[in-house]
Ligand binder design. Sequence first.
Ligand code: C5P
Length: 220
Amino acid sequence: DADKVIAIDGPAGSGKSSVSKAVARRLGFGYLDTGAAYRALAWYVLERGGDTADADAVRAAASDLPLRQRLDPDDRRVLVGGTDVTAAIREPRVSAAVSGVARVPEVRVQVNEMFRAVVADAEYPAVVVEGRDITTVVAPDAPVRILLTAAPEVRAARRAGELAGQDAAAVAEALHRRDASDSAVVDFLHAAPGVDVVDSTELDLPQTIDAVLAVIRRRR
Ligand code: C5P
């Protein structure tokens, strides 16, 4: 079922989510935000009073995570059990904790199986799957694999713009810390062989969307 996957990886602030959603909408495809699943798991660990630096607590939470995520690019709600966590999973406390859950290898294996099952069951001709290891681990055989990059200072500025009201320097610092921690787990800063790179440093959102659509047309 890798044929159904449009794989898009990249660091925070690369424009990955906005671009992936827009591309899915434009092509009538589904959209899966894998980072949201890791965030929901981090939220769940914290909700249970656990610490995401504790691998046992993370494994225990992962084994019964009641996660519900739709593939509709216009409905990004994320539910854990009966709780709508859509906003909560974007809070700084979750962003700061999420790398801890992403670092547990068995948990990665488990969520990757979940992602593949969700794509296989999807009632869409294809699904844009965004994350950090989609091009390399989740769907290395996907016909379209894209790494979306941007210069670190541009990424920090974009993220600070999204999180209006928060201190820009603190946002940049948190983003760099999360990138450093995440890149020890998966290399999402360099393209694997066969992966097309789209660098959005000098592109605005519509231009980045067009660049990604051009890669999809060429590869699919
Ligand atoms: O994409 P987003 O920034 O929301 O991802 C949140 C976190 O989830 C990342 O910082 C990373 O720790 C983890 N993640 C991952 N593998 C993915 C997607 C996200 O480890 N495929």
